[in-house]
Design a protein around this ligand. Structure first.
Ligand SMILES: [Zn+2]
Ligand SMILES: [Zn+2]
Length: 274
């Protein structure tokens, strides 16, 4: 299983996940032309993607979703609320997901969790590769961490979590008070400290990579986010990579050896007696 971020933050989000011949795009915050250019940069043809998973309808996550769906005839997986906010998605390609009810598609099993954010029906996702059993969690644009997310995101191989802002930079930065309040609020965005605390809480023996998403350009830096989350993870046994996704350019996010992951998971299950 491998993953690439094609962009991350308020200028546009997309994450490509690949397991064997199967490819899934998480969010489509770019128009079809920009998306195709970014996919080409990582050697992926849009036609080879078998589905689009949307976290929520905000433009930085879904502005290209309807046009890309038409162009490449992708099925679109999202909450009923998110799909309702994307009326241009063709009826027969709509695939509503229900929180807590896993759906198995070609190559992956999708598990949705409701997250608090100022959108119609925002979801975080745990995505499990059918072939290797490798499990990737994706959650950004959330103002607080619900217990359902904690339960769904255990035993992951990869955590892709939001580290939106440094609390001091936000407080001392140029954003007006009401906007600061919205970002900090329970339906806003996770700070580096909150992202780090969540990563530390979720870090289990199978964890191989931590990817930080949706960094603010004004109120954060990649170095600060990586430093704070790494510091939080020092309280755990995890010593693997902690990488902030670049804002504007495609970049490899993680790469897992499928066979090794399946093996690690089996021994972990034996240890845990499940
Ligand atoms: Zn966003
Ligand atoms: Zn949002």
């Amino acid at each position: 299983m491998r993953g690439w971020t094609l962009g991350s933050g308020s200028s546009g989000n997309a994450l490509l996940i690949e397991s064997g011949a199967h490819r899934l795009l998480v969010d489509c915050g770019f128009g079809p032309r920009a998306l195709a250019t970014r996919l080409k940069a990582i050697g992926v043809a849009p036609e080879s993607i078998s589905g689009l998973l949307i976290t929520h309808e905000h433009v930085d996550h879904a502005q290209g979703a309807e046009r890309a769906q038409h162009k490449w005839r992708w099925p679109v997986y999202a909450s009923a609320g998110t799909l309702a906010a994307l009326p241009g998605v063709t009826a027969r390609w709509r695939r509503p997901l229900v929180a807590g009810t896993p759906l198995t598609i070609d190559g992956f099993t999708l598990e949705a969790v409701s997250i608090p954010h100022d959108a119609a029906g925002p979801f975080g996702y745990a995505i499990t590769a059918t072939a290797s059993g490798a499990r990737v969690a994706v959650a950004h644009d959330l103002g607080a961490v619900p217990d359902a997310l904690r339960r769904a995101f255990t035993q992951c191989d990869v955590l892709c979590l939001e580290a939106n802002h440094d609390v001091e930079m936000l407080r001392n930065g140029p954003y007006p008070w009401h906007l600061q309040q919205r970002i900090r609020g329970g339906r806003g965005h996770l700070s580096n400290a909150q992202g780090g605390a969540l990563a530390a809480e979720l870090a289990g023996p199978s964890l191989r990579a931590v990817v930080l998403l949706h960094l603010s350009e004004t109120n954060n830096t990649p170095a600060l986010a990586e430093r704070d989350v790494t510091a939080a993870l020092r309280r755990t046994k995890y010593r693997g990579p902690v990488t902030a996704a670049p804002r504007r350019v495609p970049a490899p996010a993680f790469a897992l050896d499928g066979a090794r992951m399946a093996e690690a998971r089996r021994s972990e299950q034996l240890t845990l007696g499940v």
